[in-house]
Design a protein around this ligand. Structure first.
Ligand SMILES: Cc1cc2nc3c(=O)[nH]c(=O)nc-3n(C[C@H](O)[C@H](O)[C@H](O)COP(=O)(O)OP(=O)(O)OC[C@H]3O[C@@H](n4cnc5c(N)ncnc54)[C@H](O)[C@@H]3O)c2cc1C
Length: 423
């Protein structure tokens, strides 16, 4: 690192899906971007998630708008993502103890949203998914898929770099100076490197409140942790979802010879330092075993936790876990407004600063596009987003994607069995 200030048009802080997606979007529009990530890429929620590419079916009855966004992004990612996504399909299963009306409600809601479904009886479901519980009474196919998040994030970073962006892993933002209502300088790491960007975007997920505070701005976050358990399980094809009100341990995500069980949702005060409770592991396995009984006896390969980047005002207003999490684009300028939902944060008075929080891995591209629209508006750049129609670099070559992951030190636990095994 050198000690000379540099002057990118935009500094993106945070190298998860949102930050790298934003760097890609801006770079494709010709904007000069630097991205700073404190660890390797994907070190936050993106590399530690369940990895479900939502079809929207999980949220169809409780949040049709959120479900529609998932469906659209699901289709886009299948088009542009290549080996960073897997087209597995998903199966919502109703057990004998589950409310049949809920199943009907979800099926009808999927139809309203435009999510294709195909209802099958228990026997047909067991033929399609060997090992499925005898308690499954009926099931419904939906177009869920699987994200390989380390590849997705690294490919977004590689795309940004191809278009001139500077991608800096292991470059934590440690300080900012604000002068006359603008961020004047940003310090990276302890080596004395300083940037003087024209605009700064805070895409640090659960850490967004801390970065915002460096500029004297409040971004209240209410993060929750969730556990995932990867087990030795060969040959599961679709994602399995328990068809009931979202609860602990109701999703099983297939990998080649592993399955990832999850998850829980427990509030944490500090996204870096939180309890990892045994009961979460046991409950997750127990609940997933109601759908796929053999998981109880299967060898446990990895257990990890992730922390959801939840925005406090939305969480306070939520009516339950089944409501999809929207994203929040907070423009910290004096005349700025929140771009996407109810509560406006418009009086922060830092002209060249925005935060993007909440959302899902599935909707990262949409979050990035909305943020890039705001930034381009502020910079006077007249260019449209091209990210929905441009394939990610290396998409058709798993080994190239895995090379990007290595280059950016981007391996997370969600896909540790898949990434690096490509030939
Ligand atoms: C348990 C769990 C399961 C989930 N399952 C799913 C799922 O199946 N499907 C789905 O669509 N979504 C899922 N999600 C949600 C999804 O993972 C997140 O919404 C998404 O990954 C957030 O991406 P992000 O880039 O905004 O944040 P992150 O991925 O958290 O990225 C923020 C980055 O900022 C970095 N950072 C922090 N401080 C600094 C600093 N000072 N300087 C520089 N960098 C900094 C962090 O290291 C991190 O890499 C899940 C989340 C959790 C926790």
């Amino acid at each position: 690192m050198n000690s000379r200030p540099t002057h990118p048009d935009v500094l993106v802080v945070g190298g998860g899906a949102t930050g790298t997606g934003l760097a890609r979007d801006l770079a494709l529009r010709g904007v000069d971007v630097t991205l700073a990530e404190r660890d390797g890429l994907s070190a936050g929620a993106s590399g530690r998630s369940h990895g479900l590419l939502h079809s929207g079916a999980r949220y169809a009855e409780s949040d049709p708008e959120g479900a529609r966004e998932c469906l659209e992004e699901n289709r886009i990612l299948r088009d542009i993502g290549g080996a960073a996504v897997r087209e597995t399909r998903g199966l919502f299963v109703q057990l004998a103890e589950d409310d049949p009306d809920y199943f009907e409600e979800k099926r009808a809601a999927c139809e309203d949203v435009g999510i294709p479904t195909d209802v099958i009886d228990g026997e047909t479901a067991r033929d399609a998914v060997p090992g499925l519980s005898d308690e499954v009474e009926r099931a419904m196919w939906v177009p869920d898929g699987v994200v390989v998040p380390s590849r997705l994030v690294a490919a977004n970073a590689a795309a940004a770099r191809e278009h001139g962006a500077d991608i800096l892993p292991h470059a934590p933002v440690t300080d900012m100076t604000v002068d006359d209502g603008r961020i004047a300088s940003v310090s990276l790491g302890d080596a004395g490197r300083t940037l003087e960007p024209t605009y700064v975007v805070n895409a640090t997920g659960a850490h967004a409140g801390r970065i915002a505070a460096m500029a004297g701005v409040s971004v209240p976050m209410r993060p929750t942790r969730g556990v995932m358990v990867s087990i030795d399980y060969d040959g599961l094809e679709p994602v399995l979802n328990r068809c009931r009100d979202p609860a602990d341990g109701d999703i099983v995500v297939p990998h080649d010879d592993e399955a990832v069980l999850g998850t829980t949702s427990v509030p944490v005060d500090d996204p870096d330092d939180y309890e990892r409770a045994d009961w979460e592991v046991e409950r997750t396995i127990e609940e997933c075993a109601t759908v796929l009984p053999a998981v109880t006896e299967a060898e446990r390969i990895r257990t990890w936790w992730g922390v959801r980047p939840l925005y406090e005002p939305e969480e306070a207003a939520r009516g339950g876990r089944g409501i999809s999490r929207g994203f929040h684009l907070l423009d910290h300028a004096a005349d700025g407004n929140e771009q996407t939902s109810s509560s406006a944060l418009g009086s922060d008075g830092v002209e060249n600063f925005a935060s993007i929080v909440g959302g899902k891995l599935t909707t990262y591209r949409r979050m990035a596009e909305a943020t890039a629209d705001l930034v381009c508006d502020r910079l006077g750049v007249d260019a449209e987003s091209a990210t929905a129609t441009t394939e990610l670099p290396g998409a058709s070559e798993p080994s190239t994607l895995d090379e990007y992951v290595r280059e950016f030190d981007g391996q997370g636990p969600t896909d540790a069995d898949l990434v690096g095994n490509s030939r």
